[in-house]
Design a protein around this ligand. Sequence first.
Ligand code: SAH
Length: 222
Amino acid sequence: MKRAAAPRRALLGEIRRQVRLGARYHGRDALRPATLAAMAAVDRALFVEDVDRAAAYDDRPLRIGLGQTISQPSLVALMTDLLDLPPRARVLEIGTGSGYQAAILSRLADTVHSVEIVEALALRARQRLAVLGCDNVEVHLGDGCAGWPAAAPYHAIIVTAAASALPPSLAGQLVDDGVLLAPLADPHGQQWLRRLVRAAEGITLDQALLPVTFVPLRDARD
Ligand code: SAH
C-alpha cells in the first residue's frame, strides 16, 4: 500500500491540473475539498483489471472487461463535483461499470443507487463495494434508461454511458433543483457532457460543458 502513495498523490495533482485546464469549458477552476478528499480516499487500483494494475493511477480510461471502461479519473472527479450534491443527498448513477464512480459518490452522498445492465459487471461491482464497506450504495441489475423509480426522487442523476437523446424517464426522477449530468452525442456523433437542472416548472437544459468519450448507453433491446 505504502508503495502506491506517490503515484496516488501524483494522480491527485494531475486531476487538479486537468480540471484547471478544462475550466474554460466547464467553468470550474478547482474542485471542492470534499470531492478531492473522496478521490484521495478511494484506491482506483481496486477497480481495474489485474493486467492494468500498473496503469491504475494514470489519468486515462482503462478496460474493465466485457467491452466496458472505467472513466478517466479527472473526469470522474469533475462529474462528481458538477453534481453539486447537497448534504444527505440521494444519488442515482446509470452505468455502474467497475463501481469506481459509485464508490466516490458513496463518500459524498447519503445513498447511492446505481443501475448496471451487464450482470457480470453488476455482481463484481457489488462485491467490490461491499469489501470496501460502501454500505450506502445499492447496485441494481437492469436497464438504466428507465432510471430507478423505486427510490426516486434523487438530488442528482449521473449517466456514465452516452446516448443521442436523454432517456425520457430520467428527468422526472429528480427533485426540484436537482442536477442531471449525461454525455449526449450531437448529430455529428461528438459527445458532450451536458448538465441539466430541473426547475419547478420543468427541465432547463444547460449548455454542453465539454467534449467527452463514453461507451454507448445500451437499449434494453440491444
Ligand atoms: N461509471 C463506471 C463506468 C461506466 S462504463 C465506472 O465508474 O467504472 C458504462 C457502463 O454503463 C457499462 O458498465 C455498461 O455496461 C453500462 N450500461 C450501458 N447501457 C446501460 C443501460 N441501459 N443501463 C444500465 N447500464 C448500462
